[in-house]
Design a protein around this ligand. Sequence first.
Ligand SMILES: CC(C)(COP(=O)(O)OP(=O)(O)OC[C@H]1O[C@@H](n2cnc3c(N)ncnc32)[C@H](O)[C@@H]1OP(=O)(O)O)[C@@H](O)C(=O)NCCC(=O)NCCS
Length: 177
Amino acid sequence: MTELHSSAPPAVVRLAEYTKTDQTEILGDSTDPFGVADAGLTWLPKKDHFGIRQDGRLVAHAGLLPLPVSIGGVDTRVMGVGGVAVAPDLRGQGLARAVVSAAVDHARTLGPRYGLLFCRPALVPLYGRLGWRALERDVHVEQPDGPVIMPLRTMWTPLRDDADWPDGEVRLLSLPM
Ligand SMILES: CC(C)(COP(=O)(O)OP(=O)(O)OC[C@H]1O[C@@H](n2cnc3c(N)ncnc32)[C@H](O)[C@@H]1OP(=O)(O)O)[C@@H](O)C(=O)NCCC(=O)NCCS
């Protein structure tokens, strides 16, 4: 029998904090572990953190941060998901699915109708497997010198059963997460 994932989903815990050292424990100390340095963006740290430990080692993380956004001229809030990271030696085993699902499950309890994330184009199919949808329009985000068009892909996921992404211009009214 071929089994890709172990039968019990990995246990995700809420982390009291998530430091640069924690990120290095997962991803190593490469200068550009997320592969987004080319974009030259300034990012916000996340507020809530979800992680997986194996034998005391932090091996996966996903972060959450509520963010103000304007969609079609209507101000609302989205739950930003970011800092998704899995230790290189443990990829392909469902750990990203587990931490992102835990973050999204928590986000559902917080009020906003949508989750939002930014990713490299190569990760769009992966997040698609996790129930995220690509937003096929430019998204403006704040940067220290003013708004720019996000050069990465933007994806969203409904946090309520009836949530559909509205039409209209999308402006994140903060730095991205
Ligand atoms: C991106 C990353 C988090 C993925 O972690 P992972 O643990 O290997 O991902 P998972 O094993 O949970 O895979 C998630 C799903 O995507 C699927 N998937 C993986 N690669 C895929 C691909 N190229 N195309 C389509 N689906 C893919 C998996 O099969 C799985 O779906 P399933 O559970 O239905 O089988 C990991 O590679 C990483 O840490 N990369 C470096 C940091 C980074 O770039 N983070 C993303 C920031 S946005």
